[in-house]
Design a protein around this ligand. Structure first.
Ligand code: SAM
Length: 277
């Protein structure tokens, strides 16, 4: 979809773009192809697209995948999309509400989307944490958020988002998308990241809530020793024993601990919780 075509549709429908909905449309054919390529689509795939906008990516998804479900919040764009793609399964809704309200089996689905930046992180966390999470997520978002998704312990961007998503997904690859590929150009850099669901979950379902609690608490004050922070939730003695068993210094800060260490910490704290009760 060319920029001239986008402008024509917008002016024909008298649509002024809404900044708060992150309406920066991708008009660069090469970048759109790269996104679709990264998702390795086949006609057997079911694809969820969040925020189709005027449909530049939707067009490609429909041509490559077996089934596409798109969720768009802006009524004016929904009207345009219904005309452009009469066969598209299109939902007019807030995608975050939709996912929360209607827990469903996404395990056979791929999320392929140029996400609205303001809700990109909550959408990813929501989908990553649901019981039957998508098998792949190829998403375009703010470069800074992409870096958080791909980072490792001790990186500047490492934190809650990294761990909540990487618990179930491995970052597979990424590429930067220059701002002038969008209309209007955003004033932040963008990147497309592909996250592949882990074949074997690192934690059983019953330990996930504890993992989330530990991670959020440990990063609640980045510069503080995490053991001190965890004392708000777990008895000091139990923490001291588990830290010693895992060879983690009681002075350690959360940003130094790897995903694997957080997983082990969760297992141990859950194990001890069981043996006490
Ligand atoms: N996919 C299109 C493209 O690549 O040009 C548009 C991407 S634009 C970055 C984000 C789109 O998400 C916009 O169409 C916007 O209206 C829509 N949107 C914003 N918030 C949303 C939400 N909570 N649920 C669903 N769609 C949303």
């Amino acid at each position: 979809m060319k920029l001239s075509e986008m402008r024509e549709i917008l002016s024909a429908h008298d649509i002024q773009l809404t900044k708060s909905l992150g309406q920066n449309f991708l008009h660069d054919t090469h970048q759109l192809q790269r996104i679709a390529d990264a998702a390795e689509l086949t006609t057997l795939d079911k694809v969820l697209e969040i925020g189709p906008g005027l449909g530049p990516l939707t067009e490609l998804l429909i041509s490559r995948a077996g089934e596409v479900l798109a969720i768009e919040m802006d009524r004016r764009l929904v009207a345009v999309l219904r005309k452009r793609f009469p066969q598209l399964n299109l939902v007019h809704d807030d995608a975050l509400d939709f996912i929360r309200r209607e827990p469903r089996d996404w395990s056979d689905w791929k999320l392929v989307a140029n996400l609205p930046y303001s809700v990109a992180s909550p959408i990813l966390v929501e989908l990553a944490q649901c019981e039957r999470r998508p098998k792949l997520m190829t998403v375009t978002l703010q470069l800074e958020v992409a870096q958080r998704l791909m980072s490792r312990a001790d990186d500047d961007d490492y934190g809650v988002l990294t761990l909540l998503v990487q618990l179930d997904y491995e970052p597979r690859g990424w590429f930067k998308i220059p701002a002038d590929c969008f209309f209007p150009s955003p004033n932040v850099d963008s990147a497309c990241v592909t996250l592949a669901r882990r074949e074997k979950p690192l934690l059983p379902d019953e330990h996930r809530a504890a993992f989330v609690k530990i991670v959020k608490r440990a990063f609640s004050q980045r510069r503080k020793m995490m053991m001190k922070l965890l004392k708000a939730e777990w008895p000091a003695e139990k923490l001291a024993n588990v830290f010693a068993e895992l060879n983690i210094s009681p002075q350690e800060r959360a940003e130094k601990l790897s995903l694997e260490q957080f997983v082990e910490l969760t297992r141990m704290l859950c194990r001890d919780a069981k043996s006490i009760s």
